[in-house]
Design a protein around this ligand. Structure first.
Ligand code: PA5
Ligand code: NI
Length: 199
């Protein structure tokens, strides 16, 4: 059945020990086992997975039709932790419709957004409470939680027709990794990454 035309609505961001939404349609849970090949240190990944299939991040989505003109929105929560020395992070993706942007607003925690264009340009921007992050059209994006204790919580909004393209990130990862060195986050080159002209 086609979606009914939308009536205006409101809902609340509920602040407690955790942050959640008063209303949502979909709760996505991503565990270690969903993140195969995303972390550089595969031995550390397999060892962690053998211990426990930990939840790395969660997404609460408001359902909207996946068409231009609509705006998909919801809450992303990346839990604290590391695989080897690489912080917990989302898979990351390009939008299937490459020319679509996204806005993130950080509600809680400390981290960053790792981004890159298909041409290999890259950027890493900080995420902390009150930060608004604009991801321009064409830029892949991944949230990274660099705090040792607190969740990284962001609210996101993007066009209804954007879609998620995980393929190229799954193959070789982002150009830059965010790892812990001497108890601080550091941006490093990803040795698996190849420039577009030699892929
Ligand atoms: O569309 C977005 O960028 C977000 O809703 C993400 O989907 C969310 O943060 C989870 O990340 P990913 O889709 O890369 O697993
Ligand atoms: Ni996105």
């Amino acid at each position: 059945m086609p979606d009914q035309p939308a009536l205006p609505f409101t809902f609340e961001v509920l602040y407690g020990e955790g942050i959640t939404l008063s209303q949502f349609d979909n709760h996505i849970i991503r565990r270690l086992s969903n993140m195969k090949s995303h972390f550089l240190d595969n031995a550390a990944y397999e060892a962690a997975l053998a211990q426990e299939d930990t939840v790395l991040y969660e997404v609460y989505e408001i359902h909207r039709p996946e068409i231009p003109g609509e705006l998909l929105h919801g809450l992303s929560i990346v839990h604290p932790g590391k695989v080897g020395n690489e912080y917990y992070m989302t898979k990351g993706h390009f939008h299937t419709v490459l020319e679509t942007a996204e806005v993130y607003y950080c509600l809680r925690g400390q981290g960053c957004m790792v981004m890159e264009s298909p041409e290999g340009d890259w950027a890493v921007e900080p995420l902390r409470p009150q930060t608004v992050l604009y991801v321009p059209p064409r830029w892949a994006h991944r949230s990274v939680n660099t705090d040792s204790k607190e969740d990284l919580v962001t609210f996101f909004i993007y066009p209804g027709n954007a879609g998620h393209d995980y393929g190229s990130i799954e193959k070789q990862g982002f150009r830059k990794l965010v790892v812990e060195v001497d108890a601080s986050p550091q941006i490093q080159d990803n040795p698996r990454w190849l420039p577009p002209e030699v892929r």
